[in-house]
Each structure stands twice: as C-alpha cells, then as structure tokens.
Design a protein around this ligand. Structure first.
Ligand code: WT7
Length: 654
C-alpha cells in the first residue's frame, strides 16, 4: 500500500510468512475466563459438556431432558426444557439486584446520548411486549423489524421474545423490495420501524421504504413507528401507530411466556447461490446458550467490562453479540447509531475514551478503512481502557491484524479472530484469550465442543499443511434449525456436498501447526465489507432493468471492503452503452436490493464467456476483473469473447 500514513514496514512483511506468534500474556491468562482443559472436557463427552453449560448459562422454567436429538440434518437441543429468552437477558438480572447496572450506553450520530439500565430495559421491553399483544401478536407469530441503530431496536427484539413471538430483523439499508420479500416469506403480522435515522450527518428516511413495501405485504396488519427524526411522516390511520403512543400507554409489567427450547426465536435472511434469500431459523435455548457462552469465553467478559460490538443489529453479529449474548451475561454495552467518519474519522476512538470501552469487536473492512486514514486519529484519544479486541466477518489480513494490534490495542492486548456465520448462530472458530497463542490472520482452532475439519473434494480430512473445504462434523447447540419453510433446500445447501457433514461454503487451510486459516467463500457468494451478497441476486436486479439483456457479476478484491462488486452487462438490442446508463443501472441495483449491493464497477459487453453448455465462466470474468492473465480457456464456446471484453476493461468505476 502506498498510502503515506502507512510507512513501509519490512518487519511486518516478514510476519506475513505466518511466522510470528503472540502467546497469551501471563497476567491476562491468570484472570482469564477460559481454561485449556475445556477442550479435553468437551471432547470426552460433547453432549455432557453442553448440558453442563446449559445448566450454568440458562435460567430454566422447566428443566430439559434429552440433550440432543439428532436426525441428520435436523437437530433438537435440550428437549423438554422451557425458558424465556427475554427473561434470561433482562428480568433475571433485575431480580438479582442489577437493575441499576447500565445495559446500553447509546450514542446517536448527531451526538445525542441515552443510557438504559437493566431496570429501564425491563420497563421498555415489557411495554413494547404489551403493545405487541394489544396489536394481536401471539406466541409463534412473526414480527418484522426495520430500524436504525436506536435502543428501540433491541427492545423490540426482546419484546417479541418476551411473548414467544419470533422476529425477523431486516437491515435498515435494504430496499423496500427486499423488505417486502422478507415480510412475505415470514408472513409477519406486525412491522416495527422508524421514521428514519442519521447517517453521515444526514437524515435517512425509512418509513417511506416501509410504506412502499407494505403495498405488497398483506400479512402486515399494524406497524409501530419510532419517532427518531422528529419531522413527522406519512401515517396510515388504523394501520400505523407511533411508538410513543402505543408503547407509551402500556403497563410496565409483562409476564414472560415460557417457551419450549426449540421455539423459533428469530429468522434472519441471508444470501445464497439463488436469488431467493434464505430465512435462517434460530430457536431459543441452544441459540441463547451458544451466544452467551461464547460471549463470555471468547471476549473474556467480566462484570465491570464496557463492551462494544460495532456491528449493525441487522446482521447476525448484532443479534448474537450486541443483543442476546451480552444481555444474557448482564453486560454493559455501547451502541452507536452512525458512521465511523462522522463528524470525523476519530468518532469511534472518542466513544472508546468517553465510555472507557474495554472490549471492541469489529470487522476487517472497518479496520482497513481506519488504516487508510492513518494512525493519527486513534492516537488523539486515550485508548488505554481497551483490554481485548475482536474481528469478524471475513479473513483479516495480517497487515490489518497488526495495525489493529498496534494502533488500537497499544501492542498489549489479545486479538480474537472469530469465524462463524448467520447459520452457526455463534462463534465456532476462535482463539480463547489467555489460552491460545495467536498468529495474525488465523482464526486458530475450533472452540471446545466444535468438530470443525478441513476436507478434500472427497470429504477426507486433509493433513496439516494442506487446504480444502471447511466442514462441521457434529451438531452444535446454536446451529440453524433449517431454512424457513424449505427443508429440502436446507438439506441441499448445507448437507449434500459432503454426506454427514455441514458444509459452510468456505475454503480453509490448516498450517503445519494445525492452525486454521479461512480462505473465503468457494461458492458464488461475494463478501463485501463483511456482508454476504450472492452474485445471482445482483444479476437478477440488473436484468430486472428494461435495458439489460444479461448480466454476470463477480467479486473483485478490494483493499478496504474485501471484495467489490464487478458487473458485466449485456444490453438489449437497440440500447446504447453510456456512462449515464451505467449510473442508472447501479442505482437500480441499490434500489432493488439496497445500497450495499450497488456494483462498484460496471462494464458493458457484447457477450459473456460461456462454456459450450452455456454456463457463464465466472472464473474468467474474475481474471478479467482482477486484471490477471487468463486461466484455461479451452472450454470456451467462443474464445474471441474474452478478448473483446478485455479490450473494454477500465469500464466505468463508481
Ligand atoms: C461468512 C459468514 C459471522 C458474522 C458475520 C458474517 C466469512 C466470517 C470470518 C473470519 C474469515 C469469516 C465466512 C463466512 N467470515 N467470519 N473470522 N475469518 N472469514 O456472517 O453474513 O453469515 O457470513 O463470513 O466466509 O462463511 P455471514
């Protein structure tokens, strides 16, 4: 990298050879929550191990019987048990005398702040739960949530859990169409939303997207709208209710509804290799256990920590590590509404200093964005409160790991590189701080109880020093229970590639010391700024435009976002390529899916490289996008196509 803020550092170049290791600091290890004997305990008897954790972590209304019923690929954990997830995250802490402990320090982008104690959270959750009951929501129903990062978002999720309803949170950056698809798939009865939120110093409306979606979502009977911006918005009489009215008028008391362990807690939609998003099903006890236990072990959570996961709650990271895991552990957390560069690039470091953040969990794409701005921004603030750092969402390159270690962690704190997925519910591969010696860029080892392996194309475990496919060979408590309404797609997607194993879709290698290095997705799913976006969804959105005949999309490696979307577009006859049309097509994708899916590069081409059977050869498109020399072209139906396309590269860039 040539950026002047990042001087050439030969000593780091050497580290890229994976040679440097970071053993635990003995002082940290002496106080660590995790201990090395957990691995052996879990391997001796995984079910007994999880049963013991489930006793410790969860307050049960009815004890469970069978630990795990496993009829591949369908698992049921802690069968016969009854619990309430919101009770575990809020009420029990207040009962134990922690009512005055802060649950969230919330920071709005314009600088407004709110502090919610566990007693505040209990009151708000109960009122919101009573409001949902008043609007007709009952145990087993689905509630859609489409909100900015404001405290009412976790309150709404917990309100659902309190009455045994399932939520489906749709990231606020998604379009009206994406919202409508998810509402319809989930058949949600109520939508909780807001007039809008703040982003990069501007008001960003949400309710108008919601209104557009609601034109095609007959299952929605009511909405609850938080007044975040104070400018008013279009409200439909009888359907739309202001949060302040419908929640404000409710009683502070609401009894938790006991649910069975396998009651659906939430649905979260994620990209797959077809255009239709998958509704990933998570249930109650196993999920809560996974989130709570890993949160305490991997982040070494202590009662006086101030923990900040800087993700958006619209993604699984926020579900597990802003809401359920931290709250189950009675954590004091920070929640920030806005962008990292508003008003300036030191916004996060100012927040760390103000609240004395001790644990920070973020994504490599954010770290690389900070690197690009230079170390002066963090250097302006006292970050000495930080005692542990986490990374998630994509492989972290060693250079970013080392920058994070030095400039944010003061070269003194452990970094946990945590691998997991929407489907896994909680972290599965990660160092245990105080136990594991880390290597920059490696997620190290599976957590205790997790049977992860790297296999070859035939499903055989590879030896150290080799690469292959990452699989999981044993069920785990927080695993997805399926794809909503589509058991066959669940089996096909995750359990058919390697019989008897869960295939995560990621490539991985195991080095000579047995450390795991995640190598990214092997399917047609891109990882853009830590978000999974399938190529086919973007292609469908492009072809949806009246001037487009055909489109092919690939991920192009990007210094900051990991991958950037590169679209190859064939226009219909009579349509002329132009920069204006390229802009229009990009906006069209943003409109149909959301701004995160807007292609960065767009190239008009008369044809696409195809095999004789008509399959687009993405591998070649990737080579073209990356400006590499082409791999094997012998299976191409028409070899001149790639030359034509390459002559045009440069295309238009965003
Ligand atoms: C995919 C899951 C897990 C919450 C955020 C994303 C990639 C995730 C790592 C990591 C290398 C990682 C994988 C995975 N990924 N964490 N520490 N190292 N890759 O959730 O949207 O379900 O995406 O993110 O490719 O399959 P998701």
């Amino acid at each position: 990298m040539s950026d002047q803020s990042m001087p050439a550092r030969p000593e780091i170049e050497g580290l890229l050879l994976e040679s440097r290791t970071f053993p635990p600091d003995p002082a940290f290890a002496a106080r660590a929550n995790a201990a090395a004997d957990l691995y052996a305990e879990a391997e001796r008897d995984p079910e007994a191990f999880w049963a013991a954790r489930a006793q410790d972590e969860i307050s049960w209304f009815t004890p469970f019987g069978t630990v795990c019923e496993w009829e591949l690929p369908f698992a049921r954990w802690f069968v016969g048990g009854e619990l309430n997830v919101a009770y575990n995250c809020v009420d029990r802490h207040v009962e134990r005398g922690l009512g005055d402990k802060v649950a969230y320090h919330w920071v709005g982008e314009p600088g407004d702040t709110r502090t919610l104690t566990y007693a505040d959270l209990q009151r708000e959750v109960n009122r919101a739960a009573n409001a949902l009951l008043e609007l007709g929501v009952r145990k087993g129903d689905r509630v859609a949530i489409y909100m900015p990062m404001i405290p009412e978002l976790p309150v709404a999720m917990l309100a659902c859990a309190k009455i045994g309803a399932a939520h489906t949170v749709v990231f606020g950056g998604f379009s009206a169409e994406a919202l409508a698809d998810r509402i319809n798939d989930a058949q949600a009865k109520v939508l909780v939303t807001a007039d809008g939120g703040w982003r990069r110093g501007r008001k960003v409306g949400l309710k108008h997207h919601a209104d557009e979606a609601l034109a095609s979502t007959p299952s929605i009977l009511h909405t609850i709208v938080v007044d975040r911006l104070g400018d008013g918005c279009h409200m439909v009489e009888g359907r739309d209710h202001w949060w302040a009215d419908v929640v404000g008028r409710q009683s502070d008391a609401c009894d938790p509804v006991p649910v069975e362990s396998e009651q659906m807690l939430y649905l979260l939609y994620t990209s797959g290799t077809t255009a239709k998003p998958k509704g990933i099903v998570h249930t109650s006890a196993g999920y809560l256990l996974g989130a709570a236990w890993t949160h305490r072990m991997v982040f070494d959570l202590k009662p006086d920590d101030v923990y900040w996961c800087a993700a958006d709650i619209g993604w699984v990271t926020g579900h597990s590590y802003i809401v359920y895991g931290p709250l189950a552990n009675a954590t004091t957390g920070v929640m920030y509404e806005g962008a990292p560069d508003t008003p300036d690039w030191d916004r996060w470091w100012e927040i760390v200093e103000t609240y004395g953040v001790t644990i920070l969990y973020t994504a490599p794409t954010a770290i690389r964005a900070f690197m690009k701005q230079g170390p002066d921004h963090p250097a302006k603030h006292d970050l000495s409160s930080i005692r542990l750092l986490g990374s998630v969402g994509e492989p972290i390159n060693p250079e970013a790991w080392l920058w994070y270690h030095e400039h944010i962690g003061g070269s003194r704190v452990p970094i946990v590189d945590t691998w997991w997925q929407t489907e896994t519910g909680s972290i599965l591969i990660s160092p245990l701080p105080g136990v594991t010696t880390t290597k920059p860029g490696s997620a190290t080892f599976p957590l205790p109880g997790v049977a992860a392996d790297v296999v070859d194309a035939e499903g055989r475990s590879v030896p150290n020093g080799s690469g292959g496919y990452l699989v999981l060979k044993r069920p785990w408590p927080s695993m997805l229970r399926g794809i909503y309404g589509d058991p066959e797609r669940y089996r096909q997607t995750y359990w058919s590639r390697f019989p008897g194993m869960y295939f995560a879709g990621d490539g991985a290698k195991r080095d000579d010391d047995g450390y795991l290095w995640l190598l990214g997705r092997v399917d047609d799913v891109m990882n853009v700024a830590g978000h999974r976006i399938s190529t086919i969804e973007v292609e469908s959105a492009l072809v949806d435009h009246p001037s487009v005949a055909e489109a092919a999309v690939v991920g192009k490696s990007d210094e900051v976002t990991g991958q950037a979307i590169f679209a190859f577009v064939i226009l219909k006859a009579g349509q002329e390529p132009s920069d204006a049309l390229a802009v229009q097509l990009r906006e069209h994708v943003a409109y149909v899916i959301g701004p995160i899916a807007r292609p960065r590069f767009l190239l008009f081409t008369p044809d696409l490289p195809k095999t004789r059977s008509g399959k687009i050869m993405r591998r070649l498109l990737r080579d073209i996008a990356e400006g590499r020399s082409l791999g094997d072209t012998t299976t191409l139906a028409d070899a001149t196509v790639v030359d034509t396309i390459r002559d045009r590269t440069g295309g238009t860039e965003d």
